[in-house]
Design a binder for this molecule. Structure first.
Ligand SMILES: CC(C)(COP(=O)(O)OP(=O)(O)OC[C@H]1O[C@@H](n2cnc3c(N)ncnc32)[C@H](O)[C@@H]1OP(=O)(O)O)[C@@H](O)C(=O)NCCC(=O)NCCS
Length: 201
């Protein structure tokens, strides 16, 4: 089955690197920007998802969306599924994943990340480099935990929420759907859906 990385920017190249380390062959990159292929070294640029689907027709295709915007990632995910493609997770061999952690299809777990016992990672979610997901925590679909962030035990990160680099959620906190926890911020209590919280200066 051909494996395609959707998103040909810096994060796309990072995800392709991790995929290669995990033993996956990247058949190519998709991007709506026709000029996005300029910095790709190791795999061909396939253009927009629908164009790639036409040229890869007849074969099964799996994909991951490697785009930082949570909303754009969700939209691209749906477009790829509409083409009959199957989401595939990319997990770094340098991540540590508990045996009973549950990873939904199409998520990304970067190098150095730790996903602890009983944790659940949603579809299309990102757990980036050196992030820590505590026991029994839930990371919602299309949510994103940026590098170095620490989500403590029992926390819930809602669908589409963004946890910035090196942010921390103390145990049991719920970060609402589409909410933002700014880089370096410590969440001491729940954050309502759609809210944006940054640390006190
Ligand atoms: C929280 C965040 C989303 C806000 O972005 P924004 O809406 O564009 O906000 P702005 O940059 O306009 O900043 C608004 C104000 O909040 C402050 N602010 C923004 N983020 C902050 C943070 N993490 N901690 C403290 N203050 C912060 C800004 O200094 C600014 O203050 P001012 O009004 O006194 O000048 C963004 O700053 C952030 O932290 N994003 C996380 C990104 C990340 O970690 N990415 C990793 C990708 S791998």
């Amino acid at each position: 089955m051909a494996f395609v990385v959707i998103g040909a920017g810096g994060f796309g190249r990072e995800v392709a690197w991790t995929a290669a380390e995990a033993g996956l062959d990247v058949a190519g990159f998709c991007d709506d920007d026709p000029d996005a292929g300029g910095r790709l070294a190791h795999a061909p640029f396939l253009g927009a998802i629908e164009n790639a689907a036409a040229s890869l027709a007849g074969g099964e295709v799996s994909f991951i969306v490697a785009v930082g915007s949570n909303k754009a990632r969700r939209d691209l995910f749906k477009r790829a599924e509409a083409c009959g493609w199957t989401p595939r997770s990319v997990v770094s061999p340098h991540a540590v994943i508990a045996p009973d952690a549950a990873l939904a299809p199409g998520c990304y777990i970067g190098p150095g990340a730790v996903v602890s016992v009983g944790a659940r990672i949603g579809s299309g979610a990102i757990v980036n480099n050196i992030a820590s997901i505590g026991h029994d925590a839930t990371i919602g679909d299309f949510a994103q935990v940026c590098p170095g962030a620490a989500i403590s035990g029992g926390c819930v990160v809602g669908t589409g929420a963004l946890v910035g680099s090196c942010a921390t959620a103390i145990p049991g906190v719920r970060i609402g759907a589409d909410a933002t926890l700014g880089a370096g911020t410590v969440a001491m209590r729940d954050i309502v859906d759609g809210a944006s919280i940054v640390r006190l200066r």
